[in-house]
Design a binder for this molecule. Structure first.
Ligand code: KIV
Ligand code: ZN
Length: 510
């Protein structure tokens, strides 16, 4: 059996189902390009039949990204399969990923179908998908709670009908590692045509076992792992790419498996994700959290100074975490900036480099040292954060112990210029009030957080807000050396995301 494990990244599909992780088309394309640089084998780019926006994002990723397969998810019905194929067909080797539930509880209450009917549906759906491409994946939703012997029948039929990847999801994060290894072993042993397909696993983290279950299944013979950056995903999330990959790397002696992942791109990829979705990585998160390589106790520090491996099982450099160096100063030129951007994997046009250069110069006037994180924040704000509906043109806010805080805002709403001023209990409140008045919306502010991107009093402030209106919530993020400006931009970013969510009629989510 081959020792090569295929990494199937579903950050853009299952990951996007994580509350507040909605991304727009440009953000998805940017992240997909980073996943390509990371060396994932398959990118599940979305669920094309879910909305026009999802369809276009998957199609554009398939058109843009080379070097990995692009998959589109679809239910086991012809119209969904058509839509998925339409979206991925221009990709290098587009994959149709179709799924149907196989557990008794799902079949009885959700699908209202008998086992025989489900078998027929699987056969028909896979056969139909295989008439379009030889790259077909079939997932038995809620496989871990399905009768193993029924799974044997389902997967045998799916492979006969043309499925080349068979996915065994632990949809509700229920199974235990040894139990999952046994299930995979059982399936591989009892499915007569198992050798014609790659077996895959897709684990959710409801009991905190997604990574452990994935690794147990790989040891038992699965050869595709479905994962997301930082483990984001539906409910408690999915198995984290960085954990699964680094466990196999650090414990090669135990697993004897390999992947095509460029490990040094792990940290930059998760950092980009965090910037895009506006959710910080928890400091204690394994491998990518800010504390993951910080040694606090004196005994540990002493040990690390004497010999790094006393307390470090991998180096920060091995996952791309050594980039704390200064990237630009006031006098740095455009060529240096361009080279730095290329080094970070940003393939920008000359015009885009000009935009970033102008923004960096402006920032360098206010901030002595500019770090990678500052540069990334600028690129994201200036290039990848397309202000869809609402755009800030001008902002001024007044506060102080003798002044009534007030703000003046000039904005474009669907291209129409509006200028409004209003008061608040503090400058941020005044700014948010004024913006709400300008755009004619009254969302509730659920969360407001400010972080310094790098050290020093001149650090850029990174503001994250979460808002809610009419039962829909959205997260916004922005960075600026002035935290009031960062707050305004983050608020507008959240409003744009909310507007985007309203435009999309998302009629099907897994
Ligand atoms: O969790 C799940 O079962 C899924 C499938 C669609 C693969 O996301
Ligand atoms: Zn899932």
């Amino acid at each position: 059996m081959s020792q090569r494990v295929y990494i199937f990244d579903t950050t853009l599909r299952d990951g996007e189902q994580s509350p507040g992780a909605t991304m727009n088309r440009e953000e998805k394309i940017r992240l997909a390009r980073q996943l390509e640089a990371l060396g994932v084998d398959i990118i599940e780019a979305g669920f094309p039949a879910a909305s026009q926006g999802d369809f276009e994002a998957v199609r554009d990723i398939a058109r843009t990204v080379r070097g990995c397969q692009i998959a589109g998810l679809c239910r086991a019905i012809p119209t969904d399969i058509d839509r998925a194929w339409e979206a991925v067909r221009e990709g290098e080797h587009g994959r149709i990923h179709t799924f149907l539930a196989t557990s008794d509880i799902h079949m009885q209450y959700k699908l209202r179908k008998t086992r025989e009917q489900v078998l027929e549906m699987v056969d028909a759906a896979v056969r139909y998908a295989a008439s379009k491409t030889s790259n077909v994946e079939f997932s038995a939703e809620d496989a871990s709670r399905s009768d193993p012997d029924f799974l044997v029948q389902v997967f045998t039929r799916a492979i006969d009908a043309g499925a080349t990847t068979i996915n065994v999801p632990d949809t509700v994060g229920y199974i235990q590692p040894q139990e999952f290894a046994d299930l995979i072993g059982y399936l591989l042993e009892h499915i007569p045509n198992a050798h014609k397909a790659v077996f895959s696993v897709h684990c959710h983290n409801d009991l905190g076992l997604a990574t452990a279950n994935t690794l147990a299944a790989l040891r038992a013979g699965a050869r595709q792992a479905e994962v997301t950056l930082a483990g984001i995903g539906e409910r408690a999330g999915n198995a984290a790419l960085e954990e699964v990959v680094m466990a196999m790397e650090v414990r090669k002696d135990y697993y004897g498996l390999e992947t095509g992942i460029v490990k040094e791109q792990i940290y930059p990829s998760t950092r980009l994700l965090s910037l895009i979705i506006g959710q910080p990585i928890p400091p204690y998160k394994s491998i990518i959290g800010s504390n993951a390589f910080a040694h606090e106790s004196g005994i540990h520090q002493d040990g690390v100074l004497k010999h790094r491996q006393t307390y470090e099982i991998m180096t920060p450099e091995s996952v791309g975490r050594a980039a704390e160096d200064m990237v630009l100063g006031k006098h740095s030129g455009r060529a240096a900036l361009k080279a730095r951007l290329e080094g970070l994997g940003y393939a920008l046009s000359e015009e885009q480099v000009d935009i970033v250069f102008a923004a960096m110069k402006k920032l360098a006037d206010r901030k002595k040292e500019i770090f990678i994180e500052d540069l990334e924040a600028v690129v994201l704000d200036e290039i990848f954060r397309i202000p869809d509906k609402y755009r800030l043109e001008y902002l001024s806010a007044i506060s102080g112990n003798m002044a009534i805080p007030n703000a003046v805002v000039k904005m474009y709403v669907d291209g129409e210029e509006r200028t409004v001023s209003d008061f608040g209990t503090g400058p941020i409140d005044a700014v948010f009030h004024t913006i709400s008045k300008t755009v004619g919306r009254t969302p509730k502010l659920l969360r407001y957080a400010v972080n310094a991107i790098t050290g020093g009093t001149d650090a850029q402030g990174e503001v994250t807000v979460r808002i809610e209106e009419n039962g829909k919530s959205a997260v916004g993020r922005a960075a600026d050396a002035d935290i009031i400006v960062a707050s305004a931009k983050a608020y507008i970013n959240a409003l744009n995301r909310l507007a985007k969510r309203e435009e999309e009629t998302v009629w099907a989510r897994v």
